[in-house]
Design a protein around this ligand. Structure first.
Ligand code: ZN
Length: 293
């Protein structure tokens, strides 16, 4: 069973819903970065929410979510695009704490709640949208909920959950976003709020192996859902030796000279996928030829 995302409408098109399973996607990020369980849960929740947010974009639009809550994992950076490709990393992967009072991985302690979450959307044609909100909880689901209400004026409910196996691989990961569209009246809002309060936590649904379609049905009620589309989501990093080379060229002749003379070459590691790119002295000399300054 691969990861996929489902988009749906509910309550006569007054509500929009997204649900996604991201178990393999997050497992790939965790495997590459060797994150410890609490850091894995934080990264997985952020990647899950970001993947759903990118499903709201069109064409080749993409977005970057940056979460800096002042906690021990440092920053969480996630890139997602409208094709369902997501990559992400945390500054300090080696973070793990005892379970919190609810018996869950203590994501809030790892993330911290003294900082900001920002979203930069690249909408093509040099058009960018940037939204930034304070971190209100550090559990991330609530923080994305707050982001949608505050920065995009869209009342939403965001639930994300990640479960980690004893061997530190990912047992289950996924989430949902429910958004009120302009026609949603108090009756619809009250019905959904009641359903949400009666449902078990999202991580329980994911642990039970509930597919995204059923998650949406559980959230909105079987009779209220119209599934619009299903699409695959995947961990994907767009880095390449050529891209790194371009970044090196932009550093300029002098900087490249230092790498040749002092370091005898260059080695760069991609934060997102942990791939290492090596540049020999000859490689760097060739890049120097291309540098304009
Ligand atoms: Zn990479």
């Amino acid at each position: 069973m691969g990861d996929y995302l489902v988009k749906a409408l509910g309550f006569d098109n007054k509500v929009r819903a997204y649900a996604v399973r991201t178990t393999e996607m997050v497992n790939e990020a965790v495997r590459r970065q060797k994150t410890w369980p609490t850091a894995s849960a934080a990264l997985g929740r952020a990647m899950t929410a970001s993947t759903m947010m990118a499903a709201m974009l069109k064409g080749d639009n993409k977005l970057t979510v940056k979460i800096e809550g002042g906690g021990p994992i440092g920053a969480i950076i996630v890139d997602s695009n409208a094709f369902g490709e997501t990559r992400g990393y945390v500054s300090n992967p080696n973070v793990h704490f005892d379970l919190n009072a609810q018996g869950k991985l203590d994501v809030a302690r790892a993330v911290g709640n003294n900082g900001y979450m920002s979203v930069v959307k690249d909408l093509g044609m040099k058009e960018h949208f940037t939204g930034s909100v304070p971190i209100v909880s550090g559990e991330l689901g609530e923080d994305f909920t707050y982001y949608f209400a505050s920065s995009e004026q869209t009342p939403s409910s965001v639930g994300v959950g990640v479960l980690v196996n004893p061997d530190e691989s990912i047992l289950a990961s996924g989430g949902f976003i429910i958004q009120m569209l302009p026609g949603a009246d108090d009756e619809v809002i009250n019905t959904i709020e009641k359903r949400l309060s009666q449902l078990p936590p999202i991580s329980k649904l994911i642990e039970a192996g509930m597919p995204p379609e059923e998650m949406i049905a559980a959230l909105l009620g079987d009779d209220n859902v119209k599934i619009l589309e299903k699409s695959n989501v995947v961990f994907s990093c767009q880095c390449s030796k050529e891209r790194i080379a371009n970044a090196l060229i932009s550093l300029g002749k002098q900087e490249l000279d230092d790498m040749i003379e002092q370091d005898g070459g260059a080695e760069t590691r991609c934060h997102f996928c942990n791939e290492v790119y090596t540049f020999s002295i000859e490689d760097l000399r060739a890049l120097q030829e291309e540098a304009t300054q």
